[in-house]
Design a protein around this ligand. Structure first.
Ligand SMILES: Nc1nc2c(c(=O)[nH]1)N[C@H]1C(S)=C(S)[C@@H](COP(=O)(O)O)O[C@H]1N2
Ligand SMILES: [Mo]
Length: 357
């Protein structure tokens, strides 16, 4: 384990699999090339605002409470595991994924961890629909927001509108890719909110507060809000609109920068969208015309698809770009408007590739 994340993240962080950002760790895209459809738990990125808490499932309880529920509910870990479970295969992408490109491509540096494109992964998440827990707690028609709270320090809590909390696919997960949720990923239970930035997928949940009015917290007024000339100022305390959905994006399964031999190369990558399946991926070499890449294997809505392209490469320094479009017609843009905290960067990026003789 690297020194920087030592004591903060529990799982081993070998440098072939991760870039260490000191307490946060980014998946190396080249480590995805040999794998299957989902991101294995041992190489899934970790983004936490504090150290991974040590939680004893035997004494853990989940409470669902607040003015928006009539009865409330307290569950043990065993109770949670005994409820009927569903599985969803979905992408989890940090709102800050791609942040380094504000500096590198837009020439305006943004605050925060300088992720390249590896703060994203797909897993099969298994757990109990949040709707079921809310119904058991006696959800009132007056309920407005549902706020899962983490047991970590600093207790991340992010309110969800009622409809999103009740939506299909929004679950309290206890299992990740068929294994007990690993400590760094929220053991014993985390929320998964498909299609929304991963910050909303609160880890280490201990309490779900159901309100009868809109909730303002640090996590939807100060951080994870869009602040910049292109974003509407908010009424009230919010410094900008709170982030909800993430957008269509793509990455190549290559080191950054990459080095490849001259001649025919087959290059692979993945494209994802929170809004649906991927309808096309195009690529461009050195700013040339866009050509279609081949989509391969499963293309699950709200997860990702793999793609490949053939390139008969000439020696020299090159730039390879990919551009994905989802089934709703959303396409990666050429640039993303600046925002102070560097969120939601999904523009086309120029991947540097050196071709050697
Ligand atoms: N309790 C809690 N939940 C959290 C966080 C956190 O720091 N504390 N980080 C959030 C952010 S910003 C992201 S990107 C995802 C990361 O999930 P992962 O570490 O399982 O990849 O968890 C979210 N849930
Ligand atoms: Mo994040």
């Amino acid at each position: 384990m690297s020194e920087e994340s030592d004591g903060l993240i529990e799982k081993p962080l070998p440098s072939e699999l991760f870039y260490d950002h000191g307490g946060n760790t980014e998946t190396r895209w080249e480590a995805m090339a040999e794998g299957g459809y989902t991101t294995p738990n041992d190489r899934f990125y970790v983004r936490s605002h504090g150290p991974t808490p040590k939680i004893d499932a035997a004494s853990w309880t989940l409470r669902v409470e607040g003015p928006g529920v009539s009865r409330g509910l307290t569950l043990s870990y065993e109770d949670l595991l005994a409820l009927p479970a569903v599985s969803v295969t979905r992408v989890l992408e940090c709102a800050g994924n791609g942040r380094i490109f504000f500096a590198e491509q837009e020439r305006r540096e943004a605050e925060g961890t300088p992720w390249r494109l590896g703060a994203v992964g797909v897993a099969e998440w298994t757990g109990v629909p949040l709707r079921r827990l809310l119904e058991e707690a006696g959800l009132e028609s007056s309920a407005v927001e549902v706020m899962p709270e983490g047991l970590d320090e600093p207790r991340l809590a992010r309110p969800l509108p009622r409809e999103k909390a009740l939506a299909d696919g929004t679950i309290l997960a206890h299992t990740m890719n068929g294994e007990r949720l690993p400590p760094d990923h929220g053991y014993p239970a985390r929320v998964i909110v498909p299609g929304w930035a991963a910050v909303v997928s609160v880890k280490w949940v201990g309490r779900i507060f159901v309100s009868a009015e809109p909730l303002l917290t640090y996590w939807n007024t100060e951080e994870y809000v869009l602040i910049g000339p292109d974003y509407e100022p908010q009424e009230g305390p919010g410094r900008g609109p709170a982030i909800t959905v993430t957008y269509v994006n793509s990455a190549l399964e290559l080191p950054w920068p990459a080095r490849l031999p001259e001649g025919p190369n087959t290059i692979t990558g993945r494209a994802w969208s929170g809004a649906g399946a991927i309808s096309q991926v195009e690529y461009s070499i050195d700013g040339g015309y866009w050509q279609p890449a081949r989509l391969t294997g499963p293309n699950m809505p709200g997860a990702w698809t793999r793609f490949e392209l053939d390139w008969k490469a000439r020696p020299g320094e090159h730039e390879l770009r990919t551009r994905a479009t989802d089934e709703r017609g959303n396409t990666q843009p050429d640039s993303v408007p600046y925002n102070e905290q560097g969120y939601l960067y999904n523009a086309v990026v120029a991947h540097p590739v050196a071709i050697s003789r």
